[in-house]
Design a protein around this ligand. Structure first.
Ligand code: NAD
Length: 483
């Protein structure tokens, strides 16, 4: 965080504000934001200090009684109007998202459209009290009431979509919100805050950009009742430890190391484009991307060839260029990490089938890289690479493939590919994951719970299950006999 601007402001986009208590505010501290396609700072935005957080929390607490008293229907209407505003601004939001995040413009547009439609989908899920007993003696009802102020902390890979789910879930269920985007990609979220200002009462939605320390101030703040965190496993553990001091509720959506198991009966050429896209979309920077491919020995070579062909035909470049299919890695730190993983794979004797060479020029680019004959203990297989480099490993026996797929501390999602969906589903049902797909990979919807098993998270987003993570259950038990 820079306290004193050192760049000529005229060259930078600076039209960004925090949203606190319904007001758009600036601060004396700034965050510089880098365009990953050039590696250069292109914008700067205000960064919140502790006192800004305190003011936002005060505002959110003051707004809570009225907002939580508002009906689900009325809250859904306001969320719907906000979604319409997001749609109306889709193009300018998408260009900003691509410039700060790197993904191709078409995918940025899609992210914004999905954020709006999934938010609306969430507000169509009814939350009603449950009647547990209605006997001659007593009536027992299970009710649900909002928690209070929710702190929403998001990562840099899909900042709009990953804010929309928790933001809408919190608001629809009657909570007020402090939303903090990643310091690498704060801008589109701040613009969403400007739009939210037009649709929600003061203090109901507050948006604060800031560094990692802002996240830890939120997790320890006594005025925040719940943290919805999306990010890495390591930070997720720090969030949970910090939240424990005030017994905040937590939803943790963390990293993954998804396996795709490809059975012996597939046509490798036919599935290669689908497997390739699910592994490399957003240059592999997707929590639920395919990160390990286990292919049966009878299709291994053909699948290697077909995936390498896909990689060689891919167009990489700035997300703002219409022909670009794969943009840069989002930030320098992640770029260096991915290059380190590639180096480790080379050093341990892996075969690079396609990609692997850093193009000349600016920006954090690595083309889609397919790696065969990988050591199972290499970093590429053990760690979450979160970048455009994917290993393809061979198996003979399905039980062995399943054991290797499950041999990880991660448990976000996985998939099985076969001409026989029932056979694949039987194997998929034994993956230790929050979501197991058959013949596809990477799909979410407002009505289907999504989240991680094992160290990939705690709790679920979307669906009634996800919404109830923003509500406290309360049993009301009434004896029917008079006293
Ligand atoms: P990160 O954990 O570094 O940061 C995520 C957010 O946490 C940022 O806003 C950051 O400022 C904040 N933060 C950092 N330190 C903090 C602390 N001590 N307390 C509170 N907040 C803190 O993650 P990232 O690098 O931005 O994102 C990539 C990771 O996110 C990957 O592991 C990816 O798999 C994961 N992810 C998971 C999902 C999911 O739904 N399961 C979705 C997208 C990304």
């Amino acid at each position: 965080m820079a306290a004193h601007p050192t760049h000529a402001l005229a060259e930078l986009a600076t039209d960004f504000s925090l949203l606190i208590d319904g007001e758009l505010v600036t601060t004396p501290s700034w965050l510089d934001v880098i365009n990953p396609a050039t590696g250069r700072i292109f914008a700067r935005c205000p960064a919140a200090g502790r006192e800004d957080l305190d003011r936002a929390v005060d505002a959110a607490r003051r707004a809570f009684p009225d907002w939580s008293d508002t009906s689900y229907g009325a809250r859904a209407l306001r969320i719907g109007a906000f979604c319409q505003s997001v749609r109306a601004n889709q193009e300018s939001l998408a260009r900003l998202l691509t410039t700060e995040q790197g993904k191709p413009l078409a995918q940025a547009r899609d992210e914004i459209a999905r954020a709006a439609s999934q938010s609306e989908g969430l507000t169509r899920i009814p939350i009603r009290p449950q009647l547990l007993e209605d006997s001659d003696q007593r009536r027992i009802e299970l009710q649900f009431f909002p928690l209070g102020v929710a702190g929403v902390i998001t990562p840099w890979n899909a900042p709009v979509n990953l804010a929309a789910g928790p933001l809408t879930s919190a608001l629809y269920t009657g909570n007020t919100v402090i939303l903090k985007p990643s310091p690498y990609t704060p801008l589109t979220t701040l613009k969403m805050g400007e739009l939210a200002r037009e649709h929600f009462p003061h203090g109901v939605v507050n948006v604060l950009a800031g560094g990692d320390e802002l996240g830890s101030w939120m997790t320890e703040h006594p005025g925040i009742d719940k943290i919805a965190f999306t990010g890495s496993v390591e930070t997720g553990k720090a969030v949970m430890a910090s939240a424990a001091k005030t017994l905040k509720r937590v939803t943790l959506e963390l990293g993954g190391n998804d396996a795709a198991i490809v059975l012996d009966d597939v046509d490798p050429k036919a599935i290669a484009p689908k497997v390739f896209f699910a592994a490399f979309v957003n240059s592999g920077q997707v929590c639920m991307a395919i990160k390990r491919i286990y292919a049966h020995e009878s299709v291994y070579d053909a699948l290697c060839d077909a995936l390498a062909e896909e990689a060689r035909n891919a167009t990489i470049g700035s997300g703002l260029d219409a022909q670009t299919q794969f943009g840069p890695i989002q930030n320098r730190m992640q770029y260096d990490r991915v290059l380190g993983i590639l180096e480790d794979a080379r050093r341990t004797g892996a075969r690079i089938l396609a990609g692997g060479e850093i193009p000349s020029g600016d920006g954090y680019f690595l083309p889609p890289t397919i790696v065969a004959d990988v050591d199972e203990d290499s970093r590429l297989v053990r760690e979450e690479q979160f970048g455009p480099i994917v290993p393809i490993l061979e198996f003979t026996d399905e039980e062995d493939a399943l054991r290797r797929a499950n041999n990880t501390r991660y448990g976000l999602s996985g998939s099985v590919w076969s001409r026989d969906p029932e056979r694949a589903a039987a194997l998929a049902s034994r993956l230790e994951v929050g979501t197991a797909w058959v013949n596809h990979h990477r799909a979410t919807s407002a009505t289907v719970p999504f989240g991680g098993a094992k160290e990939s998270g705690i709790g679920r987003v979307y669906s009634e299950m996800g919404l109830k993570a923003y509500l406290e259950p309360r049993v009301v038990s009434v004896l029917k006999s008079s006293i």
